[in-house]
Design a binder for this molecule. Structure first.
Ligand code: DQA
Length: 148
């Protein structure tokens, strides 16, 4: 069975480190990628880590994951609050989805309180900073080990 986990990052997350550091911290996307790589190695998971600013590209990656991957960890960033298309693609993937946000979106503007993804996710992590990615991968490890 596949132990490949696709970690997807949406728009503007390539700007982490310089983007609103009081909200998102000083870690860069490269730092998050390293954290995920280290965690995946510990858990004997194969990791694919990607970021895009183009919604269609993200949707194509989700479609391609269906037959290759065991789970999707996704920080959809602003598309969380806007995109039915990403939610539908995630459902079509038939994979367990874990939603991650660096910040606590519920403590922020009202438009960030609704997520199109949360209702179809097996778990949602928000407000744990970049550690949320590590926790999400740990949960994928538990899910895959439970499946055998
Ligand atoms: C975010 C929260 C979103 O509301 C925002 O649009 C982002 C990042 C987070 O990781 O906290 O770009 O997903």
């Amino acid at each position: 069975m596949s132990r490949t986990v696709l970690v997807l990052n949406g728009p503007n997350l390539n700007m982490l480190g310089t983007r609103e550091p009081t909200t998102y911290g000083h870690e860069t996307l490269a730092d998050i990628s390293s954290l995920c790589r280290q965690t995946a190695d510990e858990l004997e998971l194969n990791l694919e880590f990607r970021q895009t600013n183009h919604e269609g590209e993200l949707i194509d990656w989700i479609h391609q994951a269906r037959t290759r991957c065991a789970a999707i960890v996704i920080n959809p960033a602003a598309w969380t609050h806007t995109s039915v298309a990403i939610r539908d693609a995630l459902v079509a993937s038939e994979l367990p989805v874990i939603e991650v946000h660096i910040s606590n979106v519920h403590a922020r503007e009202k438009f960030r309180h609704h997520s199109f993804v949360s209702a179809i996710a097996v778990a949602v992590l928000c407000g744990f900073g970049v550690q949320g990615y590590r926790m999400a991968l740990q949960h994928v490890g538990h899910l895959l080990n439970a499946k055998g």
